[in-house]
Write a protein that binds this ligand. Structure first.
Ligand code: ZN
Length: 692
């Protein structure tokens, strides 16, 4: 094996030739080389910028060498993180963990390079420069991200900034460790099977395994696979109350109390944002997002809140009525809602997700998805197994062509769950980015599409749940934006340079098609008999989509508003704890107020331990965009093939093609002819006020 397989930095990786030992041997060498080259680049730039009457710095002089440093790291480290996620071994995980701090250190060094910042700015600010709008946007994004890393701060200020950044990172880690420990420390052993009446056998088996027994006692925990089924199915109300109260008070007491961490995190974020010239953390967060500012987000959330609240109130009333009709003596409490919602769902839809699987074998679902893509975007997708090296025998490779047969892109599909060596969840990642090389050659984009669905067994293909079908469509939407980009600057091709709150547009857009009659009925055929999905099941699937959506939407609004206002309005001077502040927001965003011991913030990892601070609203923001985009197809008539194809072509030529090359609002306007409106999401979620 040539020693440099991990450092080849171009083309498709040879996964079979990359092992954990190469990571430890070769990543340090790569970083040393990049570091040296970066120093050289900095020296050259310093010299160029100090020449009094030299010709102005050009794009070609600065950007290709700068990009190539980042690209080499992205390619090599990308292969390592990819393999860590899909073909993990203890050795690989350790090698990854050993090298990661150095990778982060290198990115921080680049991000705080003053001379690079100065060079980028002088390139952007030159009079009569010949930059196109995409180049301008790439430079603006780069400058903003460097500014947010503190490049503009002087001496002591920068040191204080860096110290605070490190402190914030440590606080995040402690926060999530506390949640993890609090979740794991609590358990309840139930000896009497009668106490667990209503809980499905499949769940009982797992709970018995947790207690290291075959058939009881059962050990209940606060992890999702244990908590959710108990709240949803256990008929024993006292048991639900006990489990619920333990869950909502996680990490709020004793050594694991996240309360003090929350106050410190909020205070430090406020300090950091002011150092960088913003009024608060929300302004800092929104500076790099599609949303124009705090007011724009507040307005959108209020539209959705106003639509969702009366529906959520009505839903609670219906649950109370159902419970009363079955003998409940008092009004429902927080620990009753999931249980009675499940009862109502059964009564109304009688839809068994498991029983639908035989209608969705993977090969048929792929055909359906590929046909849809051909119908909407005039592309053909063909299997090309054997054309590309793979990391596991389950993995398939496909090529994407336009109608004339010209190749556009490729993708890997790794569909099945492999708990021992593959991370859970589903995602799309970049293998290669579209790029015009200096010699004129074009690198075509290649995507990784990873799911964790039910594997085939024996003669039976992978039979997918409807949720798994939606997940595949979702990830494919991300993949389409990566693969159908026409941008030739890799920094803005595909999903690169697309704002966080806009990046879920194509993915959620594709999910809508799972409910489109032509798409769904075209692929849903029983895998042995070939029978189509019964019409009654199709109708149930469609109507179950809006079930309890008032409550579901309101819950997301509550989280999003709490996050946004904690980062824009809260300060210690208010004299309100963050928890009390959240309770005030709950007055208009919940139908059942949080109980006394509810300390939800202490487990709100998205904003205190993840990247969603003042960004939780992004989920709803992107949903508004994707629903409104889909409604463009509804308006021309989903049965009208020609009109659907014309709208699809416009979607491809704007949102999928232009990626991060222009502002998302501008691209959206090119597609829709206007700004997005929340009306379609409100309608799709069943929240539109009935007009009688
Ligand atoms: Zn997504």
């Amino acid at each position: 094996m040539p020693p440099s397989e991990l450092l080849r930095c171009e083309g498709l990786p040879r996964f079979d030739a990359i092992e954990a030992e190469h990571v430890d041997q070769q990543i340090p060498a790569l970083l040393a080389d990049l570091s040296e080259r970066f120093t050289t680049l900095e020296d050259q730039l310093r010299e160029r910028l100090s020449e009094p009457d030299s010709t102005p710095l050009s794009w070609d002089e600065l950007m290709p060498p700068f990009h190539s440093l980042g690209e080499r790291l992205r390619w090599s480290w990308g292969v390592v993180t990819h393999l860590t996620a899909v073909r993990n071994t203890p050795e690989l995980r350790e090698a990854h963990a050993r090298q990661q701090p150095e990778v982060v250190r290198f990115s921080n060094r680049v991000g705080q390079s003053r001379v690079l910042h100065q060079a980028l700015r002088s390139l952007l600010e030159q009079k009569n420069n010949t930059l196109d709008p995409t180049q301008v946007r790439i430079l603006e994004t780069e400058l903003l991200s460097m500014q947010h890393r503190g490049v503009g701060l002087k001496g002591d200020e920068q040191q204080a900034f860096n110290r605070t950044s490190e402190r914030l990172a440590a606080l995040s880690t402690s926060f999530s460790n506390h949640v993890l420990d609090a979740t794991q420390q609590w358990s309840l052993v139930v000896h009497d099977r009668d106490q667990l009446r209503g809980v499905p056998d499949r769940v009982l088996d797992n709970l018995a395994v947790n207690a290291a027994t075959a058939d009881g006692p059962w050990r209940l925990g606060l992890d999702m696979p244990s908590y959710v089924p108990i709240l949803t199915h256990a008929e024993n109300r006292d048991l639900r109350e006990t489990v619920y109260k333990a869950y909502v008070s996680r990490a709020s007491q004793g050594e694991l109390d996240n309360g003090p961490l929350i106050e410190e995190i909020l205070a430090l974020r406020q300090e950091q944002s002011q150092r960088l010239g913003y009024a608060n953390w929300a302004e800092l967060s929104l500076a790099s997002k599609m949303a124009d500012g705090v007011d724009a987000v507040e307005t959108l959330l209020e539209e959705l809140r106003a639509a969702a609240l009366p529906v959520a109130e009505q839903e609670l009333k219906e649950l109370n009525q159902l419970a009363a009709s079955r003998g409940a003596k008092e009004a429902l409490a927080a620990w009753d809602v999931s249980f009675w919602a499940e009862q109502l769902r059964r009564e109304r839809f009688d839809l068994d997700q498991e029983a639908l699987r035989p209608w969705f074998p993977l090969p048929q679902v792929l055909d359906g998805l590929f046909n849809l893509c051909e119908r909407l975007f005039a592309i053909r997708i063909e299997a090309a197994d054997g054309d590309a090296p793979i990391w596991h025998e389950d993995v398939r490779f496909f090529r994407v062509h336009d109608r004339r047969g010209e190749a556009l892109a490729g993708f890997y599909l790794d569909p099945f769950s492999r708990p021992a060596s593959k991370r859970g969840g589903a995602w799309m990642d970049e293998c290669l980015n579209r790029r015009r090389q200096p010699n004129g050659d074009l690198t075509q984009p290649v995507a990784y599409l990873i799911c964790n669905q039910t594997p085939p067994s024996g003669e039976t293909p992978s039979l997918m749940s409807f949720e798994e079908v939606e997940t595949l469509f979702h990830e494919f939407g991300h993949g389409l934006q990566h693969m159908l980009t026409t941008v030739e600057h890799p920094q803005a091709a595909g999903i690169n340079n697309v704002e966080w709150d806009a990046v879920e547009l194509p993915s959620q857009f594709m999910e809508n098609w799972c409910f489109d009659r032509k798409t769904l009925m075209g692929m849903a055929r029983h895998w042995t008999t070939g029978e189509p999905l019964p019409e009654a099941d199709y109708i149930k699937l469609c109507s179950s989509r809006t079930f309890m959506q008032g409550s579901g939407t309101l819950r997301q609004i509550h989280f999003a508003l709490t996050d946004l206002r904690l980062h824009s309005q809260w300060s210690p001077e208010l004299g309100l704890s963050p928890d009390a502040f959240r309770r005030r927001i709950a007055e208009t965003t919940t139908v059942l107020p949080p109980i006394e011991t509810d300390r939800f913030l202490c487990a709100f990892g998205h904003i205190f331990a993840g990247g969603y601070a003042a960004g939780y609203y992004s989920y709803k923001w992107a949903e508004v965009l994707s629903a409104d985009a889909f409604s463009a197809f509804e308006e021309v008539g989903l049965e009208q093939d020609d009109a659907v194809a014309a709208t699809g072509e416009r979607f491809r030529n704007t949102i999928l093609s232009l990626g991060g090359s222009l502002r998302p609002a501008e691209i959206y306007r090119q597609f829709r002819g206007r700004d997005a409106s929340s009306a379609a999401l409100i309608r799709h979620s069943g929240l539109a006020a009935s007009t009688g």
